[in-house]
Design a protein around this ligand. Structure first.
Ligand code: NAD
Length: 499
Protein backbone atom coordinates (compact mmCIF):
# COMPACT_ATOMS: atom_id res chain seq x y z
CA UNK A 1 0.00 0.00 0.00
CA UNK A 2 1.33 3.44 -0.91
CA UNK A 3 0.23 6.77 0.55
CA UNK A 4 -2.32 8.79 -1.40
CA UNK A 5 -1.43 12.47 -1.51
CA UNK A 6 -4.39 14.77 -2.03
CA UNK A 7 -4.72 18.56 -2.25
CA UNK A 8 -4.98 21.13 0.56
CA UNK A 9 -7.94 23.42 -0.04
CA UNK A 10 -9.94 25.57 2.34
CA UNK A 11 -7.96 24.41 5.34
CA UNK A 12 -8.11 20.67 4.80
CA UNK A 13 -6.64 17.77 2.86
CA UNK A 14 -9.13 16.88 0.16
CA UNK A 15 -9.27 14.82 -3.03
CA UNK A 16 -11.69 17.35 -4.62
CA UNK A 17 -13.04 15.49 -7.68
CA UNK A 18 -9.64 14.39 -8.99
CA UNK A 19 -9.47 11.11 -10.84
CA UNK A 20 -6.00 11.23 -12.40
CA UNK A 21 -2.85 10.48 -10.37
CA UNK A 22 0.92 10.07 -10.76
CA UNK A 23 3.41 7.93 -8.83
CA UNK A 24 5.86 9.47 -6.33
CA UNK A 25 9.15 7.60 -5.82
CA UNK A 26 11.83 7.30 -3.18
CA UNK A 27 14.89 7.98 -5.38
CA UNK A 28 17.22 6.27 -2.90
CA UNK A 29 15.47 2.91 -3.41
CA UNK A 30 13.69 3.30 -6.75
CA UNK A 31 10.46 2.17 -5.01
CA UNK A 32 7.14 3.98 -5.38
CA UNK A 33 6.30 5.62 -2.05
CA UNK A 34 3.00 7.33 -2.82
CA UNK A 35 0.58 8.37 -5.51
CA UNK A 36 -0.32 12.01 -5.93
CA UNK A 37 -3.64 13.22 -7.31
CA UNK A 38 -3.54 15.46 -10.38
CA UNK A 39 -6.09 18.27 -10.29
CA UNK A 40 -8.48 18.85 -13.17
CA UNK A 41 -9.48 22.31 -14.39
CA UNK A 42 -12.62 22.12 -12.22
CA UNK A 43 -10.56 21.15 -9.15
CA UNK A 44 -8.25 24.14 -9.59
CA UNK A 45 -11.28 26.39 -10.07
CA UNK A 46 -12.57 25.25 -6.67
CA UNK A 47 -9.23 26.18 -5.08
CA UNK A 48 -9.28 29.60 -6.78
CA UNK A 49 -12.86 30.15 -5.56
CA UNK A 50 -11.78 29.32 -2.03
CA UNK A 51 -8.89 31.82 -2.26
CA UNK A 52 -11.17 34.44 -3.81
CA UNK A 53 -13.68 34.11 -1.00
CA UNK A 54 -10.99 34.28 1.70
CA UNK A 55 -9.47 37.44 0.17
CA UNK A 56 -12.25 39.74 1.31
CA UNK A 57 -11.62 39.21 5.04
CA UNK A 58 -7.90 38.50 4.91
CA UNK A 59 -7.10 41.69 3.01
CA UNK A 60 -9.01 43.63 5.70
CA UNK A 61 -7.15 41.93 8.56
CA UNK A 62 -4.58 44.37 9.96
CA UNK A 63 -0.97 43.90 8.80
CA UNK A 64 0.05 43.40 12.43
CA UNK A 65 -2.38 40.48 12.89
CA UNK A 66 -1.26 38.96 9.58
CA UNK A 67 2.38 39.24 10.71
CA UNK A 68 1.57 37.53 14.01
CA UNK A 69 0.40 34.45 12.08
CA UNK A 70 3.80 34.46 10.35
CA UNK A 71 5.61 34.62 13.72
CA UNK A 72 3.70 31.52 14.88
CA UNK A 73 4.34 29.81 11.53
CA UNK A 74 8.08 30.41 11.93
CA UNK A 75 8.03 28.81 15.39
CA UNK A 76 6.08 25.78 14.08
CA UNK A 77 8.46 25.32 11.15
CA UNK A 78 11.35 25.25 13.62
CA UNK A 79 9.60 22.70 15.85
CA UNK A 80 8.80 20.48 12.86
CA UNK A 81 12.04 21.08 10.93
CA UNK A 82 13.31 17.51 11.26
CA UNK A 83 9.99 16.02 10.11
CA UNK A 84 9.77 18.35 7.08
CA UNK A 85 13.45 17.82 6.14
CA UNK A 86 12.89 14.05 6.16
CA UNK A 87 9.93 14.40 3.79
CA UNK A 88 12.13 16.48 1.44
CA UNK A 89 15.01 13.97 1.58
CA UNK A 90 12.74 10.95 1.05
CA UNK A 91 11.07 12.25 -2.10
CA UNK A 92 13.78 14.50 -3.58
CA UNK A 93 16.83 12.40 -2.70
CA UNK A 94 19.04 15.17 -1.32
CA UNK A 95 20.87 14.28 1.90
CA UNK A 96 19.22 15.19 5.20
CA UNK A 97 21.61 18.01 6.20
CA UNK A 98 21.07 19.61 2.78
CA UNK A 99 17.29 19.27 3.18
CA UNK A 100 17.61 21.03 6.54
CA UNK A 101 19.67 23.78 4.85
CA UNK A 102 16.94 24.24 2.22
CA UNK A 103 14.29 24.57 4.93
CA UNK A 104 16.37 27.11 6.83
CA UNK A 105 16.72 29.30 3.72
CA UNK A 106 12.93 29.14 3.28
CA UNK A 107 12.36 29.94 6.94
CA UNK A 108 14.39 33.11 6.53
CA UNK A 109 11.77 34.37 4.06
CA UNK A 110 9.10 33.77 6.72
CA UNK A 111 11.21 35.89 9.09
CA UNK A 112 11.37 38.61 6.43
CA UNK A 113 7.59 38.43 5.96
CA UNK A 114 7.13 38.95 9.74
CA UNK A 115 8.28 42.54 9.07
CA UNK A 116 5.45 43.23 6.62
CA UNK A 117 3.80 46.02 8.69
CA UNK A 118 7.01 47.96 8.16
CA UNK A 119 7.65 46.82 4.57
CA UNK A 120 4.14 47.74 3.43
CA UNK A 121 4.08 51.26 4.86
CA UNK A 122 4.30 53.19 1.61
CA UNK A 123 5.56 56.77 1.34
CA UNK A 124 4.23 60.10 2.49
CA UNK A 125 5.02 63.70 1.57
CA UNK A 126 3.64 66.62 3.50
CA UNK A 127 2.90 69.74 1.43
CA UNK A 128 3.60 68.60 -2.12
CA UNK A 129 1.73 71.85 -2.77
CA UNK A 130 0.39 74.35 -0.28
CA UNK A 131 -1.98 72.40 1.96
CA UNK A 132 -1.70 69.33 -0.29
CA UNK A 133 -0.27 66.01 0.90
CA UNK A 134 0.65 62.94 -1.10
CA UNK A 135 0.98 59.34 0.05
CA UNK A 136 1.15 55.88 -1.42
CA UNK A 137 -0.74 52.75 -0.43
CA UNK A 138 0.74 49.32 -1.15
CA UNK A 139 -2.36 47.23 -1.49
CA UNK A 140 -2.67 43.47 -2.02
CA UNK A 141 -3.61 42.19 -5.48
CA UNK A 142 -6.12 39.42 -4.70
CA UNK A 143 -5.57 35.76 -5.58
CA UNK A 144 -1.92 35.01 -6.43
CA UNK A 145 -0.58 31.69 -7.70
CA UNK A 146 2.77 29.92 -7.44
CA UNK A 147 4.10 27.08 -9.60
CA UNK A 148 7.25 25.46 -8.24
CA UNK A 149 9.98 22.95 -9.28
CA UNK A 150 11.00 19.62 -7.78
CA UNK A 151 14.47 20.66 -6.67
CA UNK A 152 13.45 22.86 -3.71
CA UNK A 153 10.00 21.60 -2.63
CA UNK A 154 10.09 23.65 0.59
CA UNK A 155 12.35 26.64 -0.08
CA UNK A 156 10.93 27.82 -3.41
CA UNK A 157 7.25 27.81 -2.27
CA UNK A 158 8.50 29.66 0.85
CA UNK A 159 10.07 32.32 -1.43
CA UNK A 160 6.54 33.14 -2.52
CA UNK A 161 3.52 32.63 -0.30
CA UNK A 162 4.75 34.05 3.05
CA UNK A 163 5.32 37.46 1.43
CA UNK A 164 2.15 37.32 -0.66
CA UNK A 165 0.00 36.31 2.31
CA UNK A 166 1.59 38.69 4.84
CA UNK A 167 0.83 41.49 2.34
CA UNK A 168 -2.88 40.55 2.40
CA UNK A 169 -3.20 38.35 -0.69
CA UNK A 170 -4.55 34.81 -0.83
CA UNK A 171 -2.68 32.07 -2.64
CA UNK A 172 -3.01 28.92 -4.76
CA UNK A 173 0.21 26.90 -4.93
CA UNK A 174 0.91 24.16 -7.49
CA UNK A 175 4.06 22.34 -6.30
CA UNK A 176 6.04 19.80 -8.32
CA UNK A 177 4.18 16.52 -8.66
CA UNK A 178 7.50 14.68 -8.08
CA UNK A 179 7.89 15.55 -4.36
CA UNK A 180 4.76 17.22 -2.93
CA UNK A 181 4.74 15.85 0.67
CA UNK A 182 6.85 18.52 2.39
CA UNK A 183 4.87 21.30 0.68
CA UNK A 184 1.55 19.84 1.89
CA UNK A 185 2.88 19.51 5.45
CA UNK A 186 4.08 23.13 5.43
CA UNK A 187 0.60 24.29 4.37
CA UNK A 188 -0.90 22.39 7.32
CA UNK A 189 1.55 24.08 9.71
CA UNK A 190 0.49 27.50 8.44
CA UNK A 191 -3.15 26.65 9.23
CA UNK A 192 -2.04 25.51 12.68
CA UNK A 193 -0.39 28.92 13.10
CA UNK A 194 -3.81 30.52 12.75
CA UNK A 195 -4.15 31.25 9.03
CA UNK A 196 -7.86 31.39 8.10
CA UNK A 197 -9.09 28.63 5.77
CA UNK A 198 -8.79 29.38 2.07
CA UNK A 199 -5.92 31.89 2.38
CA UNK A 200 -3.36 29.26 1.27
CA UNK A 201 -4.45 26.40 -0.97
CA UNK A 202 -2.25 23.70 -2.49
CA UNK A 203 -3.33 21.86 -5.62
CA UNK A 204 -1.25 19.02 -6.96
CA UNK A 205 -1.22 18.59 -10.69
CA UNK A 206 0.43 18.95 -14.05
CA UNK A 207 -0.04 21.10 -17.17
CA UNK A 208 -3.85 21.09 -16.84
CA UNK A 209 -3.63 22.68 -13.38
CA UNK A 210 -0.98 25.18 -14.50
CA UNK A 211 -2.98 26.23 -17.57
CA UNK A 212 -6.04 26.84 -15.42
CA UNK A 213 -4.05 29.15 -13.12
CA UNK A 214 -2.56 30.98 -16.12
CA UNK A 215 -5.90 31.72 -17.75
CA UNK A 216 -8.45 32.13 -14.92
CA UNK A 217 -9.42 35.82 -14.68
CA UNK A 218 -9.62 35.68 -10.87
CA UNK A 219 -5.87 35.02 -10.57
CA UNK A 220 -3.97 38.34 -10.48
CA UNK A 221 -0.33 37.28 -10.35
CA UNK A 222 1.81 34.26 -11.16
CA UNK A 223 5.18 33.37 -9.64
CA UNK A 224 6.95 30.53 -11.42
CA UNK A 225 10.26 28.73 -10.89
CA UNK A 226 11.34 25.86 -13.16
CA UNK A 227 12.99 25.13 -16.49
CA UNK A 228 13.42 27.85 -19.14
CA UNK A 229 10.99 26.52 -21.81
CA UNK A 230 8.17 26.29 -19.24
CA UNK A 231 9.15 29.65 -17.66
CA UNK A 232 8.87 31.31 -21.06
CA UNK A 233 5.51 29.64 -21.70
CA UNK A 234 4.19 30.65 -18.28
CA UNK A 235 5.39 34.23 -18.79
CA UNK A 236 3.85 34.66 -22.23
CA UNK A 237 0.56 32.89 -21.43
CA UNK A 238 0.07 34.56 -18.05
CA UNK A 239 0.93 38.01 -19.44
CA UNK A 240 -1.41 37.52 -22.40
CA UNK A 241 -4.17 36.91 -19.83
CA UNK A 242 -3.47 40.20 -18.10
CA UNK A 243 -1.56 38.93 -15.06
CA UNK A 244 1.71 40.15 -13.64
CA UNK A 245 4.24 37.34 -13.95
CA UNK A 246 7.70 36.60 -12.61
CA UNK A 247 9.08 33.39 -14.16
CA UNK A 248 12.50 32.09 -13.15
CA UNK A 249 14.14 29.57 -15.48
CA UNK A 250 17.22 27.39 -15.91
CA UNK A 251 20.90 28.11 -15.49
CA UNK A 252 24.49 27.33 -16.44
CA UNK A 253 26.63 28.89 -13.74
CA UNK A 254 30.34 29.58 -14.28
CA UNK A 255 33.05 29.99 -11.67
CA UNK A 256 36.15 31.87 -12.81
CA UNK A 257 39.38 30.88 -11.06
CA UNK A 258 42.07 33.55 -11.50
CA UNK A 259 45.79 32.63 -11.41
CA UNK A 260 46.16 34.38 -8.04
CA UNK A 261 43.25 32.54 -6.35
CA UNK A 262 43.73 30.37 -3.28
CA UNK A 263 43.33 27.10 -5.20
CA UNK A 264 42.58 24.90 -2.20
CA UNK A 265 39.80 27.23 -1.18
CA UNK A 266 38.49 27.35 -4.77
CA UNK A 267 38.49 23.55 -5.06
CA UNK A 268 36.69 23.16 -1.72
CA UNK A 269 34.07 25.62 -2.92
CA UNK A 270 33.73 23.94 -6.33
CA UNK A 271 33.19 20.47 -4.88
CA UNK A 272 30.16 21.58 -2.86
CA UNK A 273 28.83 23.91 -5.55
CA UNK A 274 29.10 21.36 -8.38
CA UNK A 275 28.20 18.11 -6.66
CA UNK A 276 26.07 19.12 -3.64
CA UNK A 277 22.43 18.02 -4.05
CA UNK A 278 23.73 15.92 -7.00
CA UNK A 279 23.97 19.13 -9.04
CA UNK A 280 20.19 19.62 -8.94
CA UNK A 281 20.38 23.29 -7.91
CA UNK A 282 19.67 26.27 -10.11
CA UNK A 283 22.70 27.94 -8.48
CA UNK A 284 25.01 24.91 -8.85
CA UNK A 285 28.33 25.65 -10.54
CA UNK A 286 28.45 23.51 -13.67
CA UNK A 287 31.37 25.20 -15.47
CA UNK A 288 34.78 25.95 -13.94
CA UNK A 289 36.76 28.54 -15.91
CA UNK A 290 40.44 28.49 -14.91
CA UNK A 291 42.35 31.45 -16.36
CA UNK A 292 45.73 30.41 -17.81
CA UNK A 293 47.24 27.00 -18.54
CA UNK A 294 48.96 26.50 -15.22
CA UNK A 295 45.80 27.33 -13.23
CA UNK A 296 43.91 24.76 -15.32
CA UNK A 297 46.46 22.00 -14.78
CA UNK A 298 46.63 22.52 -11.02
CA UNK A 299 42.83 22.87 -10.68
CA UNK A 300 42.18 19.63 -12.56
CA UNK A 301 44.70 17.72 -10.46
CA UNK A 302 43.20 18.94 -7.18
CA UNK A 303 39.62 18.27 -8.32
CA UNK A 304 40.50 14.70 -9.30
CA UNK A 305 41.99 14.04 -5.88
CA UNK A 306 38.88 15.36 -4.20
CA UNK A 307 36.56 13.35 -6.46
CA UNK A 308 38.20 10.18 -5.10
CA UNK A 309 36.69 10.94 -1.71
CA UNK A 310 33.24 12.18 -2.82
CA UNK A 311 30.76 10.03 -0.91
CA UNK A 312 27.52 9.06 -2.59
CA UNK A 313 24.72 7.23 -0.78
CA UNK A 314 21.10 7.08 0.33
CA UNK A 315 19.63 10.41 1.36
CA UNK A 316 18.81 9.51 4.95
CA UNK A 317 21.75 7.79 6.62
CA UNK A 318 21.40 8.13 10.38
CA UNK A 319 24.40 9.67 12.06
CA UNK A 320 26.50 10.48 8.99
CA UNK A 321 25.35 12.23 5.86
CA UNK A 322 26.89 11.47 2.49
CA UNK A 323 28.11 14.31 0.25
CA UNK A 324 25.32 13.65 -2.22
CA UNK A 325 22.35 11.36 -2.78
CA UNK A 326 20.59 10.10 -5.91
CA UNK A 327 18.97 12.05 -8.75
CA UNK A 328 15.23 12.62 -8.51
CA UNK A 329 13.95 10.09 -11.06
CA UNK A 330 14.87 7.30 -13.46
CA UNK A 331 14.13 9.60 -16.42
CA UNK A 332 16.46 12.25 -15.06
CA UNK A 333 19.20 9.67 -14.40
CA UNK A 334 18.95 8.52 -18.02
CA UNK A 335 19.07 12.14 -19.21
CA UNK A 336 22.23 12.96 -17.21
CA UNK A 337 23.93 9.69 -18.32
CA UNK A 338 22.95 10.61 -21.89
CA UNK A 339 24.70 14.00 -21.56
CA UNK A 340 27.90 12.24 -20.43
CA UNK A 341 27.81 10.09 -23.58
CA UNK A 342 27.13 13.21 -25.67
CA UNK A 343 30.09 15.04 -24.13
CA UNK A 344 32.43 12.19 -25.06
CA UNK A 345 31.05 12.09 -28.59
CA UNK A 346 31.48 15.86 -28.93
CA UNK A 347 35.20 15.57 -28.18
CA UNK A 348 35.36 16.83 -24.60
CA UNK A 349 37.80 14.89 -22.41
CA UNK A 350 35.95 12.72 -19.88
CA UNK A 351 38.29 12.84 -16.90
CA UNK A 352 36.01 11.14 -14.38
CA UNK A 353 32.92 9.15 -15.41
CA UNK A 354 30.12 9.10 -12.84
CA UNK A 355 28.47 6.21 -14.66
CA UNK A 356 31.20 3.99 -13.21
CA UNK A 357 29.98 4.55 -9.65
CA UNK A 358 30.71 1.43 -7.59
CA UNK A 359 27.87 1.99 -5.06
CA UNK A 360 25.10 -0.33 -6.25
CA UNK A 361 21.40 0.15 -5.56
CA UNK A 362 18.05 0.25 -7.35
CA UNK A 363 17.96 3.98 -6.67
CA UNK A 364 18.81 6.68 -9.22
CA UNK A 365 22.51 7.10 -8.43
CA UNK A 366 25.32 8.48 -10.54
CA UNK A 367 28.77 9.57 -9.37
CA UNK A 368 30.56 12.89 -9.67
CA UNK A 369 31.65 13.50 -13.28
CA UNK A 370 34.40 15.78 -14.60
CA UNK A 371 34.99 16.90 -18.19
CA UNK A 372 37.95 18.97 -19.40
CA UNK A 373 38.48 20.97 -22.60
CA UNK A 374 34.78 21.80 -22.87
CA UNK A 375 33.93 24.59 -25.30
CA UNK A 376 30.95 26.74 -26.35
CA UNK A 377 29.03 24.98 -29.10
CA UNK A 378 29.16 21.60 -27.32
CA UNK A 379 25.77 20.58 -25.93
CA UNK A 380 27.33 19.80 -22.54
CA UNK A 381 28.42 23.46 -22.41
CA UNK A 382 25.40 25.14 -23.95
CA UNK A 383 22.63 23.22 -22.15
CA UNK A 384 21.68 22.80 -18.50
CA UNK A 385 22.41 19.20 -17.42
CA UNK A 386 21.13 19.52 -13.82
CA UNK A 387 23.28 16.67 -12.52
CA UNK A 388 26.68 16.12 -10.84
CA UNK A 389 28.63 16.94 -14.00
CA UNK A 390 31.32 19.64 -13.85
CA UNK A 391 32.89 20.97 -17.04
CA UNK A 392 36.27 22.69 -17.17
CA UNK A 393 36.22 25.35 -19.91
CA UNK A 394 39.70 26.89 -20.08
CA UNK A 395 40.20 30.61 -20.74
CA UNK A 396 43.42 32.37 -21.78
CA UNK A 397 42.63 35.62 -20.01
CA UNK A 398 40.16 37.40 -17.75
CA UNK A 399 38.64 39.11 -20.80
CA UNK A 400 38.17 35.77 -22.61
CA UNK A 401 36.42 34.36 -19.54
CA UNK A 402 34.06 37.33 -19.30
CA UNK A 403 33.30 37.23 -23.02
CA UNK A 404 32.49 33.49 -22.94
CA UNK A 405 30.17 33.83 -19.93
CA UNK A 406 28.41 36.90 -21.32
CA UNK A 407 27.72 35.02 -24.57
CA UNK A 408 25.88 32.20 -22.75
CA UNK A 409 22.08 32.24 -23.01
CA UNK A 410 21.65 31.83 -19.24
CA UNK A 411 22.62 34.38 -16.60
CA UNK A 412 21.50 33.09 -13.22
CA UNK A 413 24.57 32.97 -10.93
CA UNK A 414 28.36 33.16 -11.24
CA UNK A 415 31.44 33.45 -9.05
CA UNK A 416 35.02 34.68 -9.30
CA UNK A 417 37.82 33.39 -7.08
CA UNK A 418 40.73 35.81 -6.85
CA UNK A 419 42.86 37.80 -4.39
CA UNK A 420 42.79 40.82 -6.70
CA UNK A 421 40.17 43.37 -5.69
CA UNK A 422 40.43 45.15 -9.00
CA UNK A 423 39.71 41.99 -11.03
CA UNK A 424 36.77 41.18 -8.75
CA UNK A 425 35.39 44.69 -9.04
CA UNK A 426 35.66 44.66 -12.82
CA UNK A 427 33.99 41.24 -12.93
CA UNK A 428 31.01 42.46 -10.87
CA UNK A 429 30.60 45.40 -13.19
CA UNK A 430 31.00 43.65 -16.56
CA UNK A 431 29.39 40.25 -16.08
CA UNK A 432 25.86 39.84 -17.47
CA UNK A 433 24.55 37.60 -14.71
CA UNK A 434 21.98 38.39 -12.02
CA UNK A 435 23.79 37.05 -8.92
CA UNK A 436 27.56 37.29 -8.48
CA UNK A 437 29.83 35.79 -5.84
CA UNK A 438 33.30 37.08 -5.00
CA UNK A 439 35.13 34.15 -3.40
CA UNK A 440 31.61 32.84 -2.62
CA UNK A 441 30.63 29.91 -4.87
CA UNK A 442 26.82 29.95 -4.53
CA UNK A 443 25.82 33.60 -4.12
CA UNK A 444 22.17 33.07 -3.17
CA UNK A 445 20.91 36.42 -1.82
CA UNK A 446 19.50 36.40 1.71
CA UNK A 447 15.73 36.73 2.19
CA UNK A 448 15.93 40.52 2.66
CA UNK A 449 17.64 40.92 -0.73
CA UNK A 450 16.06 39.74 -3.99
CA UNK A 451 16.85 36.56 -5.93
CA UNK A 452 16.85 36.42 -9.72
CA UNK A 453 18.90 35.87 -12.84
CA UNK A 454 19.33 37.74 -16.13
CA UNK A 455 18.84 36.78 -19.77
CA UNK A 456 16.92 33.51 -20.26
CA UNK A 457 17.11 32.69 -16.55
CA UNK A 458 14.28 35.09 -15.70
CA UNK A 459 11.24 36.41 -17.55
CA UNK A 460 9.58 39.45 -16.00
CA UNK A 461 10.82 42.58 -14.27
CA UNK A 462 10.83 41.67 -10.59
CA UNK A 463 12.98 39.14 -8.74
CA UNK A 464 11.86 36.86 -5.88
CA UNK A 465 11.62 37.87 -2.20
CA UNK A 466 13.34 40.88 -0.59
CA UNK A 467 12.18 44.32 -1.77
CA UNK A 468 11.19 43.00 -5.23
CA UNK A 469 8.98 40.36 -3.60
CA UNK A 470 7.06 43.03 -1.69
CA UNK A 471 6.67 45.09 -4.89
CA UNK A 472 5.50 42.05 -6.83
CA UNK A 473 2.73 41.14 -4.39
CA UNK A 474 1.41 44.68 -3.86
CA UNK A 475 0.11 47.36 -6.15
CA UNK A 476 0.80 50.96 -5.53
CA UNK A 477 -1.89 53.59 -5.29
CA UNK A 478 -0.84 57.21 -4.91
CA UNK A 479 -3.21 59.62 -3.20
CA UNK A 480 -2.95 63.38 -3.52
CA UNK A 481 -5.18 65.04 -0.90
CA UNK A 482 -6.30 68.53 -0.02
CA UNK A 483 -8.81 69.20 2.78
CA UNK A 484 -10.95 72.06 1.50
CA UNK A 485 -11.68 74.06 4.66
CA UNK A 486 -9.28 76.72 3.42
CA UNK A 487 -10.67 76.83 -0.13
CA UNK A 488 -12.59 80.07 -0.30
CA UNK A 489 -12.61 80.63 -4.04
CA UNK A 490 -13.63 78.39 -6.91
CA UNK A 491 -10.63 77.09 -8.80
CA UNK A 492 -11.17 76.28 -12.45
CA UNK A 493 -8.03 74.61 -13.60
CA UNK A 494 -7.62 73.46 -17.20
CA UNK A 495 -3.85 73.16 -17.37
CA UNK A 496 -1.67 70.41 -15.87
CA UNK A 497 -1.52 71.05 -12.09
CA UNK A 498 2.03 71.98 -11.03
CA UNK A 499 1.29 72.63 -7.37
P1 NAD B 1 9.91 22.01 -14.74
O1 NAD B 1 9.95 23.21 -15.60
O2 NAD B 1 9.84 20.67 -15.39
O3 NAD B 1 8.66 22.08 -13.75
C1 NAD B 1 8.38 23.22 -12.97
C2 NAD B 1 6.89 23.30 -12.72
O4 NAD B 1 6.21 23.45 -13.96
C3 NAD B 1 6.32 22.05 -12.05
O5 NAD B 1 5.37 22.43 -11.08
C4 NAD B 1 5.68 21.31 -13.20
O6 NAD B 1 4.56 20.53 -12.80
C5 NAD B 1 5.24 22.41 -14.14
N1 NAD B 1 5.24 22.01 -15.56
C6 NAD B 1 6.05 21.07 -16.13
N2 NAD B 1 5.76 20.97 -17.44
C7 NAD B 1 4.78 21.86 -17.71
C8 NAD B 1 4.06 22.21 -18.90
N3 NAD B 1 4.32 21.65 -20.07
N4 NAD B 1 3.12 23.17 -18.82
C9 NAD B 1 2.85 23.77 -17.63
N5 NAD B 1 3.48 23.45 -16.47
C10 NAD B 1 4.45 22.51 -16.51
O7 NAD B 1 11.19 22.09 -13.77
P2 NAD B 1 11.71 21.00 -12.74
O8 NAD B 1 12.33 19.88 -13.49
O9 NAD B 1 10.68 20.70 -11.72
O10 NAD B 1 12.85 21.86 -12.00
C11 NAD B 1 14.16 21.98 -12.47
C12 NAD B 1 14.35 23.26 -13.26
O11 NAD B 1 14.02 24.38 -12.45
C13 NAD B 1 15.79 23.50 -13.68
O12 NAD B 1 15.79 24.01 -15.00
C14 NAD B 1 16.30 24.55 -12.71
O13 NAD B 1 17.36 25.35 -13.18
C15 NAD B 1 15.06 25.35 -12.52
N6 NAD B 1 15.13 26.12 -11.29
C16 NAD B 1 15.37 27.45 -11.39
C17 NAD B 1 15.49 28.22 -10.26
C18 NAD B 1 15.76 29.68 -10.36
O14 NAD B 1 15.71 30.34 -9.34
N7 NAD B 1 16.04 30.23 -11.53
C19 NAD B 1 15.34 27.63 -8.98
C20 NAD B 1 15.07 26.26 -8.91
C21 NAD B 1 14.97 25.52 -10.07
Amino acid sequence: MTDRLTHYVNGQRTALDSVRSAPVFNPSTGQQSAEVLLASKADVEQAIASAQQAFERWSQTTPLKRARVMFKFKALLETHADEVARLIAQEHGKVLSDAMGELTRGLEVVEFACGMPHLQKGEHSLNVGSGVDSFSLMQPLGVCAGITPFNFPAMVPLWMFPIAIAAGNTFVLKPSEKDPSSTLRIAELLSEAGLPDGVLNVVNGDKEAVDTLLTDPRVQAISFVGSTPIAEYVYSTGSAHGKRVQALGGAKNHMVIMPDADLDQAVDALMGAAYGSAGERCMAISVAVPVGESTAVKLREKLLARLDTLSVGVSITEGADHDMGPLVSKDHLDKVAGYIATGEAEGAELVRDGRELTFKSDGYFIGGTLFDHVKPGMRIYDEEIFGPVLAIARANSFDDAVQMINAHEFGNGTAIFTRDGDAARQYCEQIQVGMVGVNVPIPVPMAFHSFGGWKRSLFGALHMHGPDGVRFYTRMKTVTARWPSGLREATNQFTMPTM
